[in-house]
Design a protein around this ligand. Structure first.
Ligand code: ADP
Ligand code: MG
Length: 324
């Protein structure tokens, strides 16, 4: 069995926390202790790979850059992506290794700085289509100033009311492929637990001569995670977030949990708008893609239910056909 786990924001930083180093390590330990339990159950031919989000960490870096810009120039979004892959990859690999050492297991763990290819014709790059809010919230006045300072920025009102409702938004293009695919595949085949495609991967474009360059964008980590799952030939795709099951009629009085859905049902519910854009929407879309590509099972659940969900006891299971 080959498994790819996608970790949500709460695996590294809880919403109410300030995000200091100790807090983030504590969260990573909770996460990797669960992953170590999964590793413990793995046989010699089983393989595991991990991806993770970077929203809170990238957001904090952008705030630091904004505040320190008189002294140190701000880095571009692709570089910020690379910085957070290093930061989070380090914390996850160290805490996971420590649990494996305690268990007497010698499986190697390695975080990879990883680029993901996007298409220069993606609609997100045109006009004011950019949909992913990043960094600080601003008042309308501050938003206008930001736009004067950076005419190239797209600044949008992202909340209907409140004092600070404006944010910079960047393109969130669809991931086409994982650039380090061959290296990652060889590592996973060799039995290494690879942490890659962090924060959706570093977004890059490729020119006609096959040369890569970074772009100012943020790729959805679940959609990029699905490309990573293809690279390692995963059978299962486990998406760990902050809800135990996906809901129909989410947030409405008639809300209902979904424990199992077929690919056809997942598509139908997606089209009906049950899964919100920017959160559950891309997770379900990633699961649909995974099954259409050839994956056997996709599961969405909360971090603390990871082991129970893999055993079939809870979570939302998405399968190709009813009989599976
Ligand atoms: P992550 O950091 O794990 O990617 P997100 O916030 O992006 O987390 O996605 C999880 C959130 O999706 C849930 O906390 C919930 O608010 C939201 N959500 C949207 N639609 C649904 C739905 N149909 N069922 C359950 N949760 C949903
Ligand atoms: Mg998310």
């Amino acid at each position: 069995m080959r498994l790819l786990i996608a970790l949500g924001g709460n695996a590294i930083k809880q919403a109410h926390e300030e995000g200091n180093t100790a807090e983030q390590f504590t969260n990573c330990r909770v996460t990797t202790r669960l992953i170590a339990e999964i590793v413990k159950k793995m046989g010699p031919d089983d393989r595991l790979a991990i991806t993770h989000g970077n929203g809170p960490q990238a957001g904090n870096l952008l705030v630091q850059q904004e505040m320190g810009k008189e002294k140190i120039p701000a880095q571009t979004m692709d570089v910020v992506g690379a910085m957070t892959q290093g930061q989070i990859g380090y914390m996850l690999q160290q805490t996971l290794m420590n649990y494996l050492v305690d268990m007497g297991t010698t499986v190697p763990v390695c975080a990879v700085v990883n680029q993901v290819l996007v298409n220069k014709d993606d609609p997100e790059f045109f006009g004011d289509m950019a949909s992913k809010p990043v960094g600080n919230f601003f008042t309308e006045e501050e938003a206008k100033q930001l736009k004067r300072d950076h005419p190239e920025y797209i600044v949008k009102k992202v909340k209907p009311n409140g004092e600070k409702t404006w944010r910079r938004t960047v393109p969130s293009p669809d991931p086409i492929s994982n650039v380090e695919a061959e290296a990652i595949k060889r590592m996973v085949d060799a039995g290494i637990i690879v942490i890659a495609s962090g924060g959706g991967g570093i977004p890059v474009m490729c020119d006609a001569r096959g040369r890569y360059a970074g772009v100012e964008a943020v790729i959805d980590k679940d959609l990029a995670g699905e490309r990573f799952a293809e690279v390692i030939n995963a059978d299962e795709f486990l998406v760990l977030t902050d809800v135990e099951v996906v809901k129909l009629d989410y947030g409405k009085p008639e809300e209902k949990p979904i424990f199992k859905m077929t690919l056809a049902e997942a598509k139908k519910y997606s089209d009906q708008g049950h899964f919100l854009a920017g959160s559950m929407g891309p997770k379900v879309r990633a699961c649909i893609r995974f099954l259409e590509w050839g994956g056997k099972r996709a599961v969405i659940t909360s971090l603390d239910k990871a082991v129970a969900a893999l055993a079939g006891e809870t979570g939302t299971h998405i399968v190709r056909n009813e009989v599976e």
